[in-house]
Ligand binder design. Structure first.
Ligand code: CP
Ligand code: NVA
Length: 346
């Protein structure tokens, strides 16, 4: 029987393949109930802190709506409005927040911060993105692929672009855990660290997943079911813009690339995306480098292949599942239906 009560979620390595499947199934159930307008209160009376060092639209909104749907109270704590780091260490902050809150979400720079929060707060801590990992995003991505394709094991996914960022790292581990065939496609200078690749390869020994790291677009995207990309410059790396444009321009996701994939290929992106010049950054890049898009063309982003807004919506359903599973009481809420459902699907 799967019981995730009290557990933190810092990277996908924290959960077994079976536990991830369970979280996806719980997300499906919670989504179905939300669509039917069935309300419930599995987090009633819980207090949740949302601690942010970096900006966010989706992650913050997903935690807020999911927590409210389940009856919890939420407090948004911006790093520059609290003592964190300036007058108080992360370790002391963790011990204070843990005395008041029942769960903590952290988004920030150093992955070590989220580990310290988890170690010293004594409450579940959820990683809403660090420089190294973005595990709540990948749970939403897995749910989206399952909804669109019907299954995960054996799905061929090419992640194209900055192969050493938080999304590439988390997708590698998530895909390995689900027995998928993942290809990281990008320039050698931006290949993932050996340690992450090795950990993912070790996982595939049990799950029969396949890991390929390549700089060849032909090898990487041929016949794939999903093409995934992310920004070329992640939060905190803004000074790398010129270098990244040079390195990654050949890897822009465009219609020519999609034609190498399966005809029903899905286009995915965690968002936000630079697919036009409707943003301040997009305009600046257009003026300086003459590019009207970066990692993905507007044509692909707006095409029938694109499932990016389903993916964004699924952030909320999956984050709800993580909070309900680690802090709430899914069994008293749904009887043991959710567990039976999981057992039947296996
Ligand atoms: N995908 C994602 O994490 O979006 P936000 O930065 O808006 O939270
Ligand atoms: N790699 C991106 C993901 C944003 C959701 C970043 O860290 O900025």
């Amino acid at each position: 029987m799967i019981d995730l009560k009290g557990r933190s979620y810092l990277t996908l390595l924290d959960f077994t393949s079976e536990e991830i499947e369970y979280l996806i199934e719980l997300s499906e159930e919670l989504k179905r109930l939300k669509y039917k307008g069935i309300s419930h209160n599995s987090l009633k009376g819980k207090n949740i802190a949302l601690l942010f060092e970096k900006p966010s639209t989706r992650t913050r909104s997903a935690f807020v709506v999911a927590a409210r749907d389940e009856g919890a109270y939420i407090e948004y704590l911006r790093k520059d409005e609290i003592q964190l780091g300036k007058k108080e260490s992360v370790k002391d902050t963790a011990r204070v927040l843990g005395r008041m809150f029942d769960g903590i979400q952290f988004r920030g720079y150093d992955h070590n911060t989220v580990e310290i929060l988890s170690k010293y707060s004594n409450v579940p801590v959820w990683n809403g993105l660090t420089d190294k990992f973005h595990p709540t995003q990948v749970l939403a991505d897995l749910l989206t692929i399952k909804e669109k394709k019907g299954y995960l094991k054996g799905i061929k996914l090419a992640y194209v672009g900055d192969g050493r960022n938080n999304m590439a790292n988390s997708l590698l581990i998530g895909a390995a855990k689900m027995g998928m065939d993942i290809r990281i496609v990008g320039p050698r200078q931006l290949f993932p660290e050996d340690d992450i690749v090795q950990k993912s390869k070790n996982i595939t020994e049990e799950t029969e997943g396949i890991i390929t790291i390549t700089d060849s677009i032909d090898e990487g995207v041929e016949g794939v079911d999903v093409i995934y990309t992310d920004v070329w410059v992640s939060m905190g790396e803004e000074d790398q813009m010129e270098k990244r444009i040079k390195l990654l321009m050949p890897y822009q996701v465009n219609m020519d690339m999609l034609e190498k994939a399966d005809k029903d290929v899905l286009f995915m992106h965690c968002l936000p995306a630079f697919h036009d010049i409707e943003t301040d950054v997009g305009k600046g890049v257009f003026e300086k480098y003459g590019l009207d898009a970066m990692e993905v063309t507007d044509e692909v982003f707006e095409s029938e292949h694109s499932v990016v807004f389903d993916e964004a919506e699924n952030r909320m359903h999956t984050i709800k599942a993580i909070m309900v599973a680690t802090l709430g009481d899914p069994i008293s809420l749904y009887g043991d239906n959710i567990l039976k459902m999981h057992a039947t699907n296996r």
